[in-house]
Write a protein that binds this ligand. Structure first.
Ligand SMILES: Nc1ncnc2c1ncn2[C@@H]1O[C@H](COP(=O)(O)OP(=O)(O)OP(=O)(O)O)[C@@H](O)[C@H]1O
Ligand SMILES: [Mg+2]
Length: 250
C-alpha cells in the first residue's frame, strides 16, 4: 500500500524544528509532515514533546513561555512561524487543544457560533452548525444546554465541532480521547475518520497509540524531544519496539 506522503500534496511540512522552554530543550531537530487527505498520528511517552510540536505549529508556544530556536514550518508551502493564531485559522489550521476547552457558561449552540469567528454570514454559520449536528447528533439534542454541564465525552465532541466550524484544511487534535470511556473513545475515533473522509487532513497526538495507529495513514514516534521512528500506521502497529513500548506488548 502506498504511503500517502509519497504521492500526496504536502500540506504541513516541519523541518528540523528545535524548541525550548527556558534553558530546557523540548524538541531537537524534529521533522514531520502531513499531506492532503492524511491522518497522521504522533505517539510517544509523557514529556516526549508531542504537545510542544503541535503548539509550535499553531503558534501557541509563546503563550506557554516556549520558543522556536531553529527549523522551518511550512503550511501550503508558506512559512508560518510567527503568525498569530487567527492568521493561521484563516489559512486553514485549527486546533482542538488538550483538555477540551469549551466556554462553560455558554450553551452548545453559542459555543459553536463562537467557533465561527472567520465567518460573518449568518446563513452559512447556521449551515455549518447543522453539519456539526449531523456529525454529532448528540449535541443537537443539547443545543440549549450550558457546555459546562455536558459530560466529558460530550464536551470533547463540542470542542471538535467548534474546531470544525473554522472549516480547517488541517485539524490538529491533542489527546482527543483523554479521560473518555471506551465507548466514547471509539466514537471520537470514528468521527475523526468521518471528518477525514469529508476532506479534512488530521494531525493527532494520542496516548491511545493503538487506536491512533489504527486510523492513521502514517505515524511518528517521539522520545525525549526527538522523532525516533516513522512509518505507516499499519507498520508501526506491527513493529516490535512500538508494541513493547506503547501497545502493552500485544
Ligand atoms: N510551559 C512549559 N514550561 C516549561 N517546560 C515545559 C512546558 N511545557 C512543556 N514543558 C516540558 O517540555 C517537555 C515536553 O512536553 P510536552 O508537553 O510537549 O510533552 P508531551 O509529549 O505532550 O507529553 P504528554 O504525553 O504527557 O502530554 C516536557 O519535559 C515538559 O515538562
Ligand atoms: Mg501532551
Amino acid at each position: 500500500m502506498p504511503i500517502w506522503a509519497e504521492g500526496g500534496i504536502l500540506l504541513l511540512e516541519v523541518r528540523n524544528l528545535t524548541a525550548y522552554y527556558g534553558m530546557v530543550r523540548a524538541l531537537k531537530d524534529v521533522s514531520f509532515n502531513v499531506s492532503e487527505g492524511e491522518i497522521v498520528a504522533m505517539i510517544g511517552p509523557n514529556g516526549a514533546g508531542k504537545s510542544t510540536a503541535l503548539k509550535a505549529v499553531c503558534g501557541l508556544l509563546k503563550a506557554t513561555d516556549g520558543r522556536i530556536e531553529g527549523g522551518e514550518i511550512l503550511f501550503d508551502g508558506e512559512s508560518i512561524i510567527g503568525l498569530r493564531t487567527d492568521e493561521l485559522v484563516m489559512k486553514g489550521l485549527s486546533l482542538v487543544p488538550e483538555g477540551r476547552r469549551v466556554f462553560p457558561t455558554m450553551t452548545v449552540s453559542e459555543n459553536l457560533e463562537m467557533g465561527a469567528f472567520t465567518e460573518k454570514n449568518r446563513a452559512s454559520i447556521k449551515e455549518d452548525i447543522d453539519k456539526v449536528f449531523a456529525l454529532f447528533p448528540l449535541l443537537k439534542e443539547r443545543t440549549k444546554q450550558k457546555a459546562g454541564t455536558l459530560s466529558t465525552g460530550e464536551q470533547q465532541m463540542l470542542a471538535l465541532g467548534r474546531a470544525l466550524m473554522l472549516k480547517p484544511k488541517l485539524l490538529l487534535a491533542d489527546e482527543p480521547s483523554l479521560g473518555l470511556s471506551p465507548n466514547f473513545v471509539d466514537l471520537i475515533f470514528e468521527k475523526l475518520v468521518e471528518i477525514n473522509a469529508n476532506g479534512t487532513s488530521i494531525l493527532i497526538v494520542e496516548q491511545n497509540a493503538l487506536m491512533a495507529l489504527e486510523v492513521a495513514h502514517r505515524g511518528y514516534v517521539f522520545r525525549i524531544g526527538e522523532i525516533v521512528l516513522t512509518d505507516s500506521g499499519k507498520n508501526l502497529l506491527s513493529n516490535e519496539e512500538v508494541k513493547k513500548a506503547f501497545l502493552g506488548g500485544q
